[in-house]
Design a protein around this ligand. Structure first.
Ligand code: CA
Ligand code: CA
Length: 300
């Protein structure tokens, strides 16, 4: 297995990034990751002004996958996530949904013990480790790691965790996969602008799929498939996710399920869910239980 150190990082997903590792199709790679502040916050008294804000949302990588060519799909199976024994959060003016009401920046350090996070000594939370930032390089202009998009990026999607398979576009030779911004726990929406930000280690198996047409990014868990979309507004993101999933259903049934039937099926049993509403673009996911794909004879 390959390992990438957490000091091998980028702040934008870009075709110009130099790969830190080249691997064969099917390789398993462990990414050591920093938290989204690049581990700069050591105490609740850390001065905001003392933080280097150019070092936010680092992603470890990128990895060049041999044989990956534009038009292919990268299949990233998330095998395992390890997280540190504490995490950090912050919110304040101009951050999150209450940013216009908050007058000062506040940092919280949150211990993680016995597989639970303990918030301010009084609320125990179950852990649900997830990857906030994961993506491939876009073909055109670089995209900052803090922004989500068709290439993946800062999707802050709670279902991108252990056991999930994520499908991402290959836009440039080698794909240039990078990831970071682990959360030990996060609620859908991420309303304060933070999850429980932690450093950690992510082990993934990376495969290249040829001649496949899927709307991307797409995620698959043991029970469901999720079309993920990011846009300026939630309304636009919802429209994109719906169109993408309808397109998948009609295409993969060779048109035997038409648009009317596909949208009806989603209306009956699909679930629109918010990923996050606090990043430069907002992200949603549209869930469809795998049993319906099975009944329609669709295999991903
Ligand atoms: Ca994030
Ligand atoms: Ca984060």
């Amino acid at each position: 297995m390959y390992r990438i150190k957490r000091n091998q990082i980028v702040y934008a997903m870009s075709a110009l990034n130099q790969p830190v590792l080249r691997v064969e199709n099917g390789a398993t790679v462990l990414f050591e990751t920093c938290d989204c502040f690049e581990n700069q916050i050591k105490s609740v008294d850390t001065e905001f002004e003392a933080l280097d804000w150019n070092r936010i949302n680092p992603a470890t990588g990128p990895v060049y996958i041999e044989g990956a060519q534009p038009g292919d799909i990268l299949e990233v199976k998330i095998e395992h996530i390890e997280i540190a024994d504490h995490g950090v959060m912050m919110t304040g003016p101009d951050l999150g949904m209450l940013g216009d009401r908050l007058s000062k920046n506040v940092i919280r350090l949150i211990p993680i013990r016995d597989s639970k996070a303990v918030y301010e000594g009084r609320v125990e939370l179950p852990l649900k480790p997830m990857i906030g930032v994961i993506g491939t390089a876009p073909a055109g202009d670089p995209v900052a790691c803090g922004t989500p998009g068709e290439h993946g990026g800062n999707m802050d999607c709670t279902i991108i965790g252990e056991g999930t398979t994520l499908y991402l576009p290959v836009n440039v030779p080698g794909a240039l996969l990078a990831m970071g911004d682990l959360h030990a726990a996060m609620g859908d929406g991420e309303v304060s602008v933070c999850g429980l930000e932690v450093q950690g280690e992510v082990t993934v198996t990376i495969s290249v799929l040829k001649d496949r047409q899927l709307p991307l990014p797409l995620a698959k868990t043991a029970s469901s498939m999720y079309a993920i979309a990011s846009a300026k507004t939630l309304d636009e993101a919802v429209l994109d996710a719906t169109r993408n999933l309808v397109g998948l259903l009609t295409t993969m049934t060779n048109g035997t399920l038409n648009e009317y039937d596909a949208v009806n099926l989603l209306s009956l049993t699909g679930n629109l869910q918010i990923c996050q509403v606090v990043d430069p673009l907002k992200t949603v996911r549209f869930e469809l239980n795998l049993q319906y794909l099975q009944q329609l004879g669709i295999t991903l």
